[in-house]
Write a protein that binds this ligand. Structure first.
Ligand SMILES: Nc1ncnc2c1ncn2[C@@H]1O[C@H](COP(=O)(O)OP(=O)(O)OP(=O)(O)O)[C@@H](O)[C@H]1O
Ligand SMILES: [Mg+2]
Length: 180
């Protein structure tokens, strides 16, 4: 039975996440190294600095302009290290998706703290795609990235939002309540 179906079977999403997230970390780590998106000293960086480093590398490697906006300037710095790392992994997957699928000419990353909420958002002006009702539907077809993002968002007590349509670009956001 294909891995996607096994995940769904055992699924009931939370249990699938136990498998999905460590699996994704391994794959994502390798892919990041291959794509040149892995900053060498993530552990020493906060969320915004880590993401800015990925953005710099994407600019250099793929010639893709990536603009990072952090509001207020210390947004995310007060989060536990584990939470920052998890959000950083999310940003990596979002940006890898842009490189792999979007054919975008520019990308904006927003890290915003407002009214007890942290939003991490990646917007590209690329070709967009049809968003299924449930991202787990992608797992069936062997695509694990967006499902992994949803799992991470849930674990952080937050939600994943995807806005996309063919021809209009894509915005993928994770919204997390702070103080958890
Ligand atoms: N920024 C984007 N622009 C256009 N299409 C996208 C974008 N992000 C995702 N997609 C579409 O959604 C699908 C599912 O994405 P997902 O990250 O789950 O899987 P994947 O990137 O194909 O594979 P994996 O992440 O498992 O290596 C992609 O195959 C692609 O068709
Ligand atoms: Mg992906």
């Amino acid at each position: 039975m294909p891995l996607g179906n096994r995940l769904l079977d055992s699924a009931r999403a939370d249990r699938a996440g136990d498998l999905l997230i460590p699996l994704r970390d391994g794959i994502s780590g390798l892919r990041s190294i291959c794509m040149g998106l892995q900053p060498p000293d993530l552990e020493a960086r906060d969320l915004a600095a880590g993401i800015s480093n990925v953005a710099d590398t994407m600019r250099a490697r793929h010639g893709l302009p990536v603009y990072v906006s952090v509001t207020p300037p210390d947004a995310g710095k007060g989060l536990p290290r584990e939470t920052q790392t998890s959000l950083y992994r999310c940003a990596q997957e979002m940006l890898q998706n842009v490189v792999k699928h979007a054919q975008a000419s520019e990308v904006y990353v927003y890290i915003e703290e407002d009214d007890g909420t942290l939003t991490l958002s990646v917007w590209d002006d690329g070709k967009g795609f049809e968003v299924p009702g449930r991202v787990l539907d992608f797992v069936r077809q062997g695509h694990f990235g967006l499902a992994g993002l949803e799992q991470r968002a849930r674990r952080l007590g937050g939600v994943l939002r995807i806005r996309s349509a063919a021809g209009t670009g894509t915005q993928v956001s994770i919204i997390v309540r702070l103080g958890r």
